[in-house]
Design a protein around this ligand. Structure first.
Ligand SMILES: Nc1nc2c(ncn2[C@@H]2O[C@H](COP(=O)(O)OP(=O)(O)OP(=O)(O)O)[C@@H](O)[C@H]2O)c(=O)[nH]1
Ligand SMILES: [Mg+2]
Length: 468
């Protein structure tokens, strides 16, 4: 099982393919620049090949297990058929047919999603797989991102590749706007007035916000005054600055990693204006937690909107997670939370996710209701670990941020979930959130599907934002 919160496999039952860590700079410091680039590229490719081979192997193993289960089921049905006096021969023939069909399906399934859409699949079926010829840019980029974080090729999952590709594509619009202009203005010594204005306009239009933009430009300018950096190095330094901004809210915390705390009930309260993506995020989080090995319960505490409970129940079914709700309309949401806590404790769940309303008769009512929910949680689950996450729609940019202050007081916010990064050119809002709200981003959503939400990594985000 792959734990998405810790980013590694919890039980390594698979035999790893030989690990190939990328050469560190200290090993290659004696080599010339061109040699270094070539060596690093080669090492990256080796790493990517090992990861690819490992993913293939994992898939074959899991398919093997599925096949075994299936064979067992077929054998059982043969026995049943015998009892029911159906000729055994018929059952055997159908079992062979099933295996044949399965084999054809296996070829399809063995090929990762990033290859499936093209006619390369046909080529792969006919020829031996030579992965290095088939890797696309997204795969190689993802491999590089994982390898440079010290990950080993036998401890990555295919889901990570799929997610990194999605993240990179989601930030594509923002990246293209930024990178093309940046290259033309950095790398010629200290920034002149015109360059400062250009970078400023660029960051502001990506919704980085005034404060984070000023900080970024000043820090970059100070460095460029000290030493003349070529464009690539200036951009690398810019990446460092942005990552620093994103990590700043973590400095006040004792533990920076975000995962359900062990040995306790964890309660994550999700708040935000209507349409921000709270309910969708709850469904995706439940799926993420369940598939990462945590036991989860959902409390449907949006009792204001008529269809809200039904919507949560659909997500609960998709994520295979029980939903605690009260069918009546306008029932007390704090009472639902109370029941939710009882249910989570009775089931010895690790995580209770609380969905809340985004709109009431007026804002004052909503804030009072959230404050009441929060009080119930504090009182009823004294020993629980509580996280209060504000869900923000990335496409709303600075408007979304203004709402945050109000929620901050009522719900005692501890973090942010940034949704709808797919298709926006305003991915820079992540920086404004960290700088202005001083709250860490904990998850990002990039699509409406159940797998389209993952824990936030400042490193991966900045690389997806600024890697050419
Ligand atoms: N493209 C995209 N759409 C999203 C994402 N997250 C949520 N949505 C969509 O946004 C819409 C609103 O999502 P909900 O989860 O219902 O929002 P909510 O905050 O619960 O809204 P209320 O219950 O009205 O307060 C839905 O159509 C979702 O599919 C995302 O990351 N990307
Ligand atoms: Mg909702």
């Amino acid at each position: 099982m792959f734990n998405w919160f810790r980013r590694h496999k919890d039980n390594k039952e698979n035999n790893p393919v030989t690990s190939t860590p990328i050469e560190t700079p200290s090993i290659i410091e004696e080599k010339k620049t061109e040699e270094i680039t070539a060596t690093t590229d080669q090492a990256s490719l080796e790493w990517a090949k090992a990861a690819f081979a490992n993913i293939q192997k994992q898939k074959q193993q899991s398919q093997g297990t599925e096949e075994e289960k299936r064979t067992e089921t077929i054998s059982e049905s043969v026995i049943e058929n015998e009892i029911e006096s159906t000729p055994v021969e018929t059952a055997t023939i159908s079992s062979e047919t099933v295996t044949e069909v399965k084999e054809i399906e296996n070829i399809e399934k063995n090929v990762p999603a990033w290859l499936q859409k093209s006619d390369r699949l046909e080529v792969l079926k006919e020829t031996a797989i030579e992965p290095e010829k088939e890797f696309d840019e997204d795969f190689l980029w993802s491999a590089q991102i994982l390898a440079s974080q010290g990950r080993l090729p036998d401890d990555v999952s295919e889901d990570e590749f799929i997610w990194l590709k999605k993240l990179r594509q989601s930030l594509g619009k923002t990246r293209r706007n930024l990178i093309n202009q940046l290259k033309s203005v950095v790398g010629q010594g200290p920034l002149n007035q015109e360059a400062v204005m250009e970078i400023e306009a660029m960051l502001l239009s990506a919704d980085v916000g005034v404060e984070a933009t000023d900080y970024t430009i000043n820090t970059l300018q100070n460095k460029l005054k000290e030493e003349a950096l070529p464009p690539e190095e200036a951009i690398a330094y810019l990446k460092e600055i942005l990552q620093q901004v994103l990590d700043e809210p973590l400095k006040k915390l004792i533990k920076t990693e975000f995962e359900p705390v062990e040995g306790k009930l964890n309660i994550w309260l999700l708040t935000g204006v209507n349409g921000a993506g709270k309910t969708t995020t709850i469904g995706k989080l439940a799926h993420l937690a369940q598939t990462s090995g945590y036991k989860c319960v959902i409390a449907a505490a949006d009792t204001f909107r008529a269809a809200a409970v039904e919507q949560v129940k659909v997500w609960g079914e998709r994520a295979n997670t029980p939903v605690i709700c009260n069918q009546g309309q306008n029932t007390d949401p704090a009472a639902v939370v109370f029941d939710g806590i009882n249910a989570a404790m009775a089931r010895e769940a690790n995580l209770l996710l609380v969905d809340t309303a985004g709109r009431l008769q007026n804002k004052k009512n909503l804030m009072e209701e959230l404050a009441k929910i929060r009080r119930i949680i504090d009182k009823k689950a004294e020993n629980a670990h509580i996280e209060s996450l504000l869900v923000l729609d990335a496409t709303l940019g600075q408007n979304g941020l203004r709402q945050a202050q109000v929620f901050s007081e009522a719900a005692q916010l501890t973090g942010v979930v940034l949704t709808k990064l797919d298709g926006t050119a305003k991915g820079g809002v992540a920086l404004a959130i960290c700088q202005q709200l001083n709250l860490p981003i904990r998850f990002i959503g990039a699509g409406e599907g159940i797998e389209d939400l993952r824990p936030f990594s400042s490193y991966e985000f900045v690389e997806a934002l600024l890697s050419a």
